[in-house]
Ligand binder design. Sequence first.
Ligand code: AMP
Length: 255
Amino acid sequence: MQAGARRKPDAPSAKTSTAMAKVKRSFNNRTCEAPYLIFLGPPGSGKGTQAEKLHQSFRLVQLSTGNLFREHIKNETPLGLKVKSILAKGELVPDDLTVQMVVDRLDKPDTIMGVVFDGFPRTRDQALALHQRLDEKAKCITAAVSFRITDDEIVERLSARRTCPKDNSVFNLKSNPPRENDKCDLCGTTLLRRDDDMPEVIRHRLQVYRQQTEPLIEFYREQDMLIDIDATRSIQEIEAQLDEWMPMFIYNANS
Ligand code: AMP
């Protein structure tokens, strides 16, 4: 599909209708103006790749806190200088700085079409702050999608991940290689391995994820908002599954 083309969602399948009924209950007393989706999953589970696809297909804003931090670091802003060493070590940036950055981004008018939160929230306090902020704006989370994958698979994937420093495109030397060796398909810039994609940092990031972020899966499950996806499937299969679910996300948002 071409960038910017809006794909018409198909009618939901029987399976989706069941999931739809389940998700819809959580929103009976709320008015959601647009789909606001949370992608939960360990680093390298494919959240960013799929969030980018939803942006291309449905015009949802991909709100990736990791990308926003990396932009600040590249531009040497005061926030960038503050967080540079935190990212390099694979630690989490403090909640107050992260939430403020997200709130500022949410205030921009393009979020009206909907948002995919990619890598946010990562702690319970971030989740609570997000919900409070959306409540104030009469908006709400439509669903949280949990990308399920094992640690061994992550280490293998992230070791082969290459990113474009210019436009943040993500490739994988094994499963999604660039057309030309080490060059970004979109802009031709030489691809890099992120500092925090080195094996020792990957293991630390996974530990941080399991301790601080994974509990959010239960948090969203208890609120009947959670949908699981098998993140070991191919990029195309996961994209097709998310496309199939889109009608229920949009339906919830507008019901
Ligand atoms: P990502 O690209 O999502 O893997 O994020 C890269 C790094 O950015 C993480 O290892 C953290 O240092 C920082 N980061 C991204 N999102 C958050 C968040 N929601 N809370 C705290 N730190 C974050």
